[in-house]
Design a protein around this ligand. Structure first.
Ligand code: ZN
Length: 208
């Protein structure tokens, strides 16, 4: 498949330290990093989503939520995984910023940061949009096809793909070789991929 430089966009979901090596590490997450890096080389338009929570976020166990603390703002856990070859011109969308609302889908991101990668994880931010509507934003960019990869298959990748089916006007491709599930069994990963393809996402592998 030929990637159309101007109208295709790669959306990399939550490849952050806490989901690769930290408090909510997805087993085998490191295995997909080199594949994602190869996808990064093929796209001109790339967005990266991040989970970004305040310290007492409602999704944490102490507040009655299902998860241990993760991706707390201003900690290493929120940083994009160091093995990721993030493009120099960065577009990052942050979700789960409000203390009382969780957000799995990148389409629920409320903030867009655009900036430049200066060195390793040092990012210079030059534009902040804090009332983001991602689907409207992608439309204004002229994006016609969306390619989704990242972590974790049955949580934020699934939520993003199902949301894209409703909010994005164009084909959505699920990059099967660049996603990883927390539980790689039929009940979890299998069901998630089934639900995504049922919502019209097209499962493909372009690299492996
Ligand atoms: Zn979270």
């Amino acid at each position: 498949m030929k990637i159309e430089e101007d109208t295709d966009l790669l959306l990399i979901v939550d490849v952050q330290n806490d989901f690769v090596t930290g408090s909510l590490a997805v087993p085998g997450a490191k295995d997909i990093i080199s594949v994602i890096n190869r996808y990064i080389k093929r796209f001109k338009h790339i967005f990266l989503s991040r989970d970004m929570h305040p310290v007492n976020h409602c999704s944490f166990v102490a507040q009655g939520g299902p998860w241990p603390p993760h991706c707390v703002a201003d900690t290493d856990g929120t940083k994009l995984y160091s093995g990721l070859d993030v493009p120099k011109d960065l577009s990052i969308v942050d979700k789960g910023i409000s203390i009382d609302k969780d957000a799995y889908s990148a389409f629920e991101a409320t903030q867009l940061l655009e900036g430049t990668l200066l060195h390793a994880s040092i990012i210079y931010i030059d534009t902040i949009i804090d009332k983001l509507d991602l689907s409207a934003h992608l439309r204004s960019m002229g994006i016609k096809r969306l390619f989704v990869c990242g972590l974790a298959t049955e949580y934020c990748v699934k939520a993003t793909v199902l949301d894209a089916a409703k909010k994005f006007d164009g084909p959505v491709f699920l990059l099967l070789d660049a996603i990883k599930a927390v539980k790689a069994d039929h009940e979890n990963m299998g069901k998630a991929i089934y639900e995504m393809t049922k919502s019209n996402a097209i499962p493909i592998t372009l690299i492996t």
